[in-house]
Write a protein that binds this ligand. Structure first.
Ligand code: PRP
Length: 211
């Protein structure tokens, strides 16, 4: 019997792309993957347990070893800086991190406010630009902040660009491109190397074939 694997999956935006990639790689997933509120889904025939986590928490589960493997956006990896191996660019859920704001808005000279779900990424970026800013951490609906005067700018994910457009915001600077990554707990990689290598190989073979 092959070793048991626990995989942390990100709920939300990336989930559907990740499921499609696993199916393409030949994993037989049960119907619960389509529409379920379950947070733990066991797939006995594959000897895999999936745990469904908030995207920002996936690297935490993997770092602590309660998941051997996880699927996490590069945005989350940059923000969280967890002690995990990033072994494969899955090339799914492509988007980018950008600075955005209201068009033509006059930015305060001293410590303009930047609202974001990514305080570490945003502070590093502005420090590298030589700009001193005040970071305001929000957990979602970041685009609201400049509209209601909470912040001068935002740092957030842009995918289709629809959220910016529909809220009258414009992209000001592009920070970095983002795709989802396969991450692995370092101890799991040692003790379950064959099983993990097999998964990595199967996924590598189909990366690029799922958008
Ligand atoms: C993300 C991101 C933007 C939006 C970008 O939000 O924070 O708001 O998607 O996508 P678009 O360019 O295709 O419009 P998400 O839906 O994850 O929810 P959130 O606002 O709660 O973070």
């Amino acid at each position: 019997m092959s070793q048991f694997l626990t995989i942390a999956m990100p709920k939300g935006r990336i989930f559907e792309d990740a499921v499609q990639l696993l199916i393409k790689a030949g994993y037989e997933l049960p119907p619960e993957f389509e529409d379920s509120r379950k947070l733990i889904i066991d797939v006995p025939n594959e000897n895999i347990r999936f745990i469904l986590a908030k995207p920002m928490d996936v690297p935490t589960y993997v770092e602590h070893g309660v998941a051997d493997i996880g699927i996490a956006g590069k945005d989350v990896m940059l923000e969280e800086k967890r002690d995990v191996y990033e072994v494969l660019d899955l090339n799914i859920s492509r988007c980018y991190l950008a600075v955005a704001g209201l068009p033509g808005a006059k930015i305060k000279d001293v410590s303009p406010k930047v609202a974001t779900k990514y305080p570490n990424v945003a502070s590093t970026y502005f420090r590298e630009q030589g700009e001193q800013v005040e970071i305001i951490k929000l957990n979602g609906s970041i685009e609201l902040a400049p509209l209601i005067g909470l912040a001068d700018r935002i740092v957030d994910i842009v995918s289709t660009g629809r959220t910016l457009k529909e809220n009258g915001l414009v992209e000001l600077e592009r920070i970095t491109d983002i795709t989802s990554r396969l991450i692995v707990n370092p101890v799991s990689y040692r003790i379950k190397d064959q099983r993990i290598d097999e998964l990595v190989n199967r996924l590598s073979n189909v990366v690029g074939s799922v958008i």
